[in-house]
Design a protein around this ligand. Structure first.
Ligand code: G4P
Length: 534
């Protein structure tokens, strides 16, 4: 038991978010270097490439220079066991990002010091706020000409509506970037350039040390003493409670590429973040230290390796310990089972594991039974986690297979891709799935769908864009009980359409907000919901 407590206490599970190119991959790689999980810079980038090689549909990702999938890595550092969740950077995949954040206990937001808050930072930040998780900021690329640090903090506070607390402060920028000042210890850590290895030469000098001006240069010294005075007088008080509720972001400065300030960040961050947090269920809170195993599925990815046609379900362990031979209950379908090929990603490879603890992310082979949001737990103690909400799609298209003989593959492909949560599929009532209506959050997903159907299922499709932009699930008892007869009586504009999702729920799709209001006005008692939490 002592072992279980110790193992869970040392876990830290966080997501990294950033606008593309801010340096998320480089920073992750440096973390792995410190953890000894890789020995050479470049290994993670190498992994990005290796992934492309094994997974053809990620060609799209490569061609566009974006990351459409998210991955998970685990490594050890100074007694901590760290799980990093990488988030996709493209705006179209905010839904996937949301799911990934469901599995994290905190987030690290990487910001480019020359660019400040960028478009995608804003979007990802909004998703973090929905989860109320602590957000730590790493202002990167200080080795390049950067904006004034005070301006950067002001921009974060104004644009994102979160308070900031600089834990350390940069000394100079660009070629003049000498190191960081640690506000708590009141000393500076100055760095010397290195060639990307772990051993960055760092000297620690007290702020009051007379030799400081010689080490960092007179001008930097003067700016620093002025800045420190300003910071001590004006900056927000550090308050861990505000950090934990996502209202105050501890800020660190550094350069991932040259390794300046990365280790001080990692050390402080790990001290400030919490071990796995309790999770809510409709029947109460699940304590991570409860010895009975529980987990929920937040991501499903098919065909990661085309040669094996495998489908992996990723789950976040919420309590207890997982043993590879244990029997678990899949709550949604009520069956007990053994999880097959449990695995974790260790830096560059998938590794089969025999045990895992609360806080860990584990992938298992999915024979097609799991859905996003499902709970897996010990049969001795049944729990059911709150589902992951389905985002309302904003773009719709009708699709069908070009070659009618490929019907089976077409249905299989669209259904499987929908189960992964990349798209949502709908049909017209009573039409079966003769033609499929696809709804997506971002238009790029249409391209991914088309590409994957062709490459993984050998089906060419015809896609016809539809003008709908809003979707609402019908929730009023009266209408649901009356079934299709009752629903056909609804008074709707001619450009409003009644459809069904894969579970048979009825929905309406609209071309404008105005039409939603019209439907509600004309049909007393009609109730509509924007999200479906089934
Ligand atoms: P991302 O995952 O957030 O998209 O960013 P990534 O780490 O891939 O970094 C984007 C680019 O920024 C890379 O350059 C990387 O080397 C550079 N970079 C990251 N951190 C720093 C830093 O602290 N300082 C400086 N000066 N550059 C940094 P690239 O030329 O696009 O790629 P590559 O040729 O280095 O692979």
């Amino acid at each position: 038991m002592a072992d279980l407590k110790h193992e869970i206490e040392r876990r830290r599970t966080f997501a990294i978010i950033s606008h593309p190119d801010a340096g998320k991959t480089t920073l992750t790689e440096k973390f792995l270097l410190y953890g000894g999980a890789i020995s050479l810079a470049g290994a993670v980038k190498g992994k990005k490439n290796a992934r492309h090689a094994v997974s053809d549909w990620m060609e799209i990702e490569k061609q566009r220079g974006i990351s459409v999938t998210s991955s998970v890595m685990q490594f050890n550092y100074e007694g901590y066991c760290i799980n990093i969740l990488d988030t996709p950077g493209h705006q179209d995949f905010s839904e996937d990002t949301y799911r990934t954040l469901m599995a994290a206990d905190s987030a690290v937001m990487v910001i480019d010091a020359a660019k400040g808050v960028e478009n995608q930072t804003r979007k990802l930040f909004k998703v973090c706020v929905m989860r109320n998780i602590p957000i730590f900021t790493f202002i990167n690329k200080m080795d390049r000409e950067s904006r004034n640090p005070f301006d950067l903090l002001e921009e974060i506070e104004k644009e994102l509506g979160i308070k900031t607390y600089p834990v350390n402060w940069p000394i100079g920028s660009g070629k003049e970037f000498k190191g960081v000042y640690d506000r708590e210890k009141r000393h500076i850590i100055s760095f010397e350039a290195n060639n990307g290895t772990k051993e960055v030469a760092a000297t620690e000098v007290d702020l009051s040390d007379e030799s400081l001006a010689d080490i960092i240069g007179r001008r930097n010294y003067e700016t620093l003493t002025e800045d420190v005075e300003l910071l001590d007088g004006a900056s927000e008080e550090f308050n861990m409670e505000l950090v934990n509720s996502g209202k105050l972001s501890p800020v660190f400065f550094g350069s991932a590429l040259t390794n300046f300030g990365v280790e001080p960040f990692l050390e402080n961050f790990l001290k400030m973040t919490t071990p796995p947090l309790p999770r809510n269920t409709p029947d109460g809170v699940v304590d991570p230290f409860d010895p009975e195993f529980s987990a929920f599925i937040f991501k499903i990815q098919a065909n990661m390796n085309k040669a094996h046609r495998d489908r992996i379900a990723f789950m976040r362990i919420c309590s207890g310990k997982f043993d590879k031979d244990m029997e678990v209950l899949h709550v949604q379908n009520g069956r007990t089972m053994r999880l097959s090929q449990p695995q974790q990603l260790m830096a560059s490879e998938r590794e089969v594991i025999s045990e895992a603890y609360a806080g860990d992310i584990m992938g298992v082979f999915d024979p097609g039974v799991f859905s996003i949001g499902d709970t897996i737990c010990s049969p001795k103690k049944k729990v059911k986690f709150e589902g992951i909400p389905t985002f309302a799609p904003e773009h719709f298209a009708r699709i069908r297979q070009k070659d009618t003989l490929k019907r089976k593959q077409f249905i299989k492909g669209t259904t499987q891709i929908a189960q992964e949560g990349a798209i949502q599929i709908f049909s017209e009532p009573q039409s079966g799935f003769e033609e499929v209506i696809v709804g997506v959050v971002g238009v790029l997903q249409f391209e991914v769908l088309e590409y994957r159907l062709k490459n993984e299922y050998n089906v060419d499709i015809i896609r016809e864009g539809l003008p709908y932009e809003h979707i609402r699930w019908i929730t009023s008892e009266k209408h649901l009980e009356g079934g299709l007869d009752e629903l056909n009586k609804l008074i709707l504009t001619s450009d409003t359409k009644l459809i069904q999702d894969v579970k048979g729920n009825y929905l309406l799709i609209f071309t404008s907000e105005w039409n939603i209001k019209w439907a509600l006005d004309k049909n007393p008692g009609l109730e509509l919901a924007e999200f479906n939490r089934d």
